[in-house]
Structures are given as C-alpha cells and as structure tokens.
Design a protein around this ligand. Structure first.
Ligand code: 13P
Ligand code: ZN
Length: 273
C-alpha cells in the first residue's frame, strides 16, 4: 500500500518560513540575499510530508555538530533573495538532517536548483546547540540586517551593557521584551566557523547578538517570538537614532526597575544596580 503524504508546500513550517522572509524583506531588513533563518523541526511532523529514508544528496558542513545528530532543520539557501522565497520555496529553502557523522547534512527536500544552505550555517547550528543547552524548547535562529540596529551599533560604544541600557531607556517595551539584554560581537569575517563559535559563545548568555557593522541574530521558541525580538530591537534602535543629537527624555532607571517588576522580568545584572 502506498503511504499517503501531505503536500509539503502547505506544511505550517514552510508557510512560516515564507511569511517571515517576506515580512523581513518588506520591512527593509534584508536586502538582496541578506539574512537567513533556520528552524528545528519535529521529526514526526516532517514525516507527514516527506519520506525520511530518502536522502536527495549529502552536503558537508565543515564543522562538527554532535549534539544535533539526527535533528532536522528547514534552512534558507545561500545567495537566495528573501523576496523570492514565498513564490518559490523549493529552490530557496531546504530541509536537512544532520547525519550520523555530525559533519554532514542530508538533504531531504528543497535546494532544487542544486543550491545549499546559508553560508552562515555554522553560526546557525552552533547557536542552536548553545540555545538548546539553555532551553530545550528553543527552535529558531534568525539572522537579519535591520538598518537602524546596524546604525546604532556603529555610533555607540561596543559595550553590551551600555548598548542594552540605551535600548531600554528609549522604549518601555525594550526591557520587557529583552530583559536578558543584547550581546555584541566586533566586526568579523562572516560565513566562517570562527564567527559561528563566537556567536554561539554569546548565545550562552543572550538570545540576541549584534554582529558589528553587519546585523543581528535572534533566537527563540517559535517564529513570532524570534521575529518579535529583532523587531523590538530594530524599532527601538530607530527611536534612538531619530533622537540622537537631540536631548531626549529617556526612561529613568527607577521606571525601568518598576517596569521589570510589573512585567515580572529579571533585567540583566549590572545595568540598573
Ligand atoms: P547567505 O545568502 O549565504 O544566507 O548569506 C547572507 C548573509 O546575510 C550573510 O551574513
Ligand atoms: Zn548577514
């Protein structure tokens, strides 16, 4: 008997990838092929759509990800434009499983034109490992190039606590949405294992990491939470940049403390105390 499988183009996780990339493009965050997303999937759910014994091809990753062996991800393709994903998911996205050796990705679907996963695959997979250690419910790594976040990072000291404080002071939502703050990496060569390792190290403490002069990484349990983190940083950075050079009335620390109390969040230590 032939097993009936559902059409993957209507899978919720494919639709979520299409929706997120389209929104990121239209918000002006991800020019050309800028940005990438990876999403840890549930094996049983994927099996409703794909025969998991059928590997289309294998792709070496260039690093070891032992903790992810057997795990399945949907990932944006390298060089692919976010504006095109919703119209052609099968060429612009791929579903890969980390093979038994921990250093190979098995392609189960997508990258139909012969493509492969994002050049930032090391940063994504290493960040997944770091976040899963902290939170077993973690699922998403999202990388983006939002304009005001990059601009604010360019004009502010590269100090995580100072940068986080400036964001919190500019918008009451900020401390509520990211009480754990924002990590910062210096300008580095992207698309390497080194930036992947440095990002994952930051991900031990932060769900948000700015790549100086480049963009931001956000992580979360689902697409909305992850998107919302980056969206709130970007909106707040926009407010910061629009008021820079003026004398803005920022949120005083006692109000920030009261906000944290009201919304029951624990602010990153060493900023308000
Ligand atoms: P990819 O096209 O390889 O995903 O790279 C885009 C990017 O944002 C690099 O940091
Ligand atoms: Zn980038």
């Amino acid at each position: 008997m032939k097993l009936f499988r559902k059409n993957i183009l209507f899978a919720p996780f494919v639709e979520e990838m299409c929706e997120a990339t389209a929104n990121m493009y239209r918000l002006g965050w991800d020019e050309r092929n800028g940005g990438n997303i990876s999403y840890l999937l549930d094996e049983k759910e994927v099996a409703e759509y794909l025969d998991l014994t059928k590997v289309i091809r294998t792709i070496p990753t260039g690093f070891e990800a032992k903790a992810l062996i057997g795990k399945i991800f949907i990932v944006t393709g390298t060089g692919k434009y976010f504006k095109n994903v919703e119209f052609d998911p099968e060429n612009n996205l791929g579903i890969v499983r980390i093979a038994e050796d921990g250093t190979t990705a098995e392609l189960l679907w997508g990258y139909a034109d012969g493509g492969k996963f994002t050049s930032e695959f090391p940063a994504h997979m290493m960040s997944h490992m770091a976040r899963l250690e902290k939170d077993p419910a973690h699922r998403i790594v999202m990388h983006s190039h939002p304009t005001y976040t990059i601009a604010m990072n360019a004009v502010c000291p590269r100090d995580e606590k100072d940068f986080t404080h400036k964001l919190w002071q500019s918008n009451t939502e900020a401390i509520v949405v990211f009480p754990d703050g924002v990590g910062i990496l210096p300008a580095m060569v992207c698309g390497t294992n080194e930036i992947g390792q440095a990002t994952a190290e930051k991900m031990k403490d932060f769900r948000l990491v700015v790549w100086s002069n480049h963009g931001i990484y956000g992580t979360g349990r689902d697409m909305d939470e992850t998107f919302g983190l980056i969206e709130t940083v970007e909106k707040t950075a926009e407010i910061y940049m629009l008021t820079l050079g003026h004398e803005p009335n920022v949120i005083p620390d006692d109000i920030l403390k009261a906000l944290a109390k009201r919304f029951d969040v624990k602010p990153l230590a060493g900023i308000l105390d």
